[in-house]
Write a protein that binds this ligand. Structure first.
Ligand code: AHR
Length: 510
């Protein structure tokens, strides 16, 4: 207890005194970009219980399912409007051989999942099961192809199998139950090729990329959007080499950034001090600098911004829950995760001139998941609620915002804004504003002025809890769930909203 009190004091010194924020929303600004729906993308990997149990239980399961997909998770994901789903990895992708996951079940090879706990993988969830899921969810598939241990021929045939209208691969697909090709837009050519995807240098991989890119073809009307493997965090040299050598052949270049305190001391997902909470937030805020610097380098080689920056893995990474397989990366999800989700999504909207996709890791039962399952039970996480509340920005036109706020400094000297905000206008003309107050000990009132809009109808939702470590547990009433936001008042072109400590909110203004 003494340690906790000391830490609170140390952090409190750095907290700003102000609890009143003044913000301007320039809803009349012209020429603003659309916020791509794909910034709300998800990532599904053959890792732990993400695919098996989390999404796929098989048609014979006692867990209610639709053709093998568990009904509760399917419904939860439909409500989230998942725009894009990446699969099958991650590190798993570079040991995945797609041909082992098609055809009659009894013929599918059983393999050891070498990356993730040595678990037996029976390949019962393969290409058909994944692409059919995407169709059921109305989601764009993002296939992550095997460069590390695969071949150009294998990836080329995979694309042909999924998308060609005729030829031997299309015939094989039809014999396996699917006559029509699927639509597959996003193709990742390798994952973390600097590490688990092959331990390559950027120079070497940029040449490898060009070979794969050449032979992965468009069939019929299917047009691939090819994503080259990008940097880990702040490895700007990787981005420079890739842009110098291969930018003409790519549609996107990825980057991965996880919010992790220290790789060997990640800390508990649910038990943390105020100082650890703030360290998580300042670590997540580093992403703003990382995105900006990668974009600056890309601008040197591609000033028209044809090539997208694709943040295809991000999120909180904590220690696994006690008693679970360390290789399965199962972690709980608290209001701290909700705060990280909100701060990141608001940051992403600043970079949409080039940042056109982001996939949080991973959708079910792994890292910063949207839903967690335990046998037949399922809970929605605080991160899920933020993704659902903030999804109003999907395909909406960004509205510029300005506000003054203070900084929170964590023990390691890093900083994060003590307030977060973004805004957009949807196709119906409604303005949405997403807000976060990360301060643990102080409510903040924000006074929002519009250029010319006089709000006639305003409503909102808020997500907060009695403790920032609150999380939703199996078999208990949800401790974290959104509620209507009541603390809103309006006066002419101005709105006043009060955000309790450690809260996330969305407003709709008409
Ligand atoms: O998300 C877990 C792992 O993190 C992914 O498989 C890999 O790409 C990254 O290192």
């Amino acid at each position: 207890m003494k340690r906790i009190l000391t830490i609170i004091a140390a952090v409190a010194i750095c907290l700003p005194a102000a609890s009143q924020i003044k913000a301007s929303v320039h809803e009349a600004a012209d020429g603003q970009p659309v916020i791509p729906a794909e910034l709300f993308g998800q990532f599904s990997e053959h890792l732990g219980r993400c695919i098996y149990e989390g999404i796929w239980v098989g048609p014979d399961s006692s867990i209610p399912n639709v053709d093998g997909y568990r009904t509760d998770v399917l419904e939860a994901l439909k409500a989230l409007h998942v725009p894009v789903l990446r699969w099958p990895g991650g590190c798993f992708a570079d040991e995945y051989h797609w041909m082992e996951g098609i055809g009659p079940l009894e013929g599918r090879r059983k393999i050891v999942n070498n990356n993730w706990g040595g678990t037996l993988e029976d390949n019962s969830f393969g290409t058909h099961e994944f692409l059919n899921l995407c169709e059921m969810l109305g989601t764009e598939p993002y296939i992550s192809g095997n460069v590390g241990s695969g071949t150009v021929e294998e990836m080329a045939k995979w694309v042909e199998y999924m998308t060609a209208t005729s030829g031997s691969m299309a015939e094989l697909r039809a014999r396996n139950g699917r006559a029509e090709p699927w639509k597959v837009k996003y193709l990742g050519i390798g994952n973390e090729t600097w590490g688990c995807g092959g331990n390559m240098t950027a120079q070497y991989y940029s040449d490898v990329y060009k070979r794969y890119s050449l032979y992965t073809r468009n069939y019929g009307s299917n047009a691939l959007f090819k994503v080259a493997c990008g940097a880990s965090g702040d490895d700007y040299g990787w981005t420079r080499t890739m842009m110098q050598n291969a930018s003409q052949l790519m549609d996107g270049l990825s980057v991965h950034y996880y919010t992790v305190k220290e790789w060997f001391h990640k800390g508990s997902a649910t038990e943390f001090t105020p100082a650890e909470y703030y360290t998580t937030l300042t670590t997540t805020a580093v992403i703003e600098d990382i995105l900006r610097k990668h974009m600056e380098i890309m601008d040197e080689y591609d000033p028209e911004r044809r090539v997208s920056l694709v943040l295809d893995e991000w999120g909180n990474w904590f220690d696994v829950e006690q008693g679970t397989n360390p290789g399965h990366l199962f972690q709980q999800n608290t209001m701290r995760d909700a705060m990280v989700a909100a701060i990141n999504i608001n940051i992403f909207t600043k970079f949409v001139e080039r940042l056109r996709m982001a996939n949080i890791a991973q959708v079910v039962n792994v890292l910063q998941a949207m839903v967690l399952t335990d046998g037949p039970e399922m809970v929605l996480t605080p991160s899920y609620h933020v993704f659902r509340m903030f999804s109003v920005h999907q395909n909406a036109v960004r509205v510029p915002v300005e506000y003054g706020c203070g900084k929170i400094t964590s023990e390691d000297g890093r900083t994060v804004d003590d307030f977060s905000m973004a805004s957009s206008r949807d196709a119906s003309g409604a303005i949405h504003i997403t807000l976060a107050n990360p301060l643990l000990d102080k409510a903040q009132t924000v006074e929002i002025s519009f250029d010319s809009l006089k709000p006639s109808a305003v409503c909102g939702e808020i997500l907060n809890a009695s403790e920032v470590s609150a999380h939703n547990e199996f078999g208990k009433a949800p401790a974290v769930a959104p509620k209507p936001l009541k603390s809103i008042s309006k006066n002419g072109r101005t709105l006043r909203v009060t955000l309790p400590a450690a809260s996330v909110a969305v407003l709709e203004i008409k």
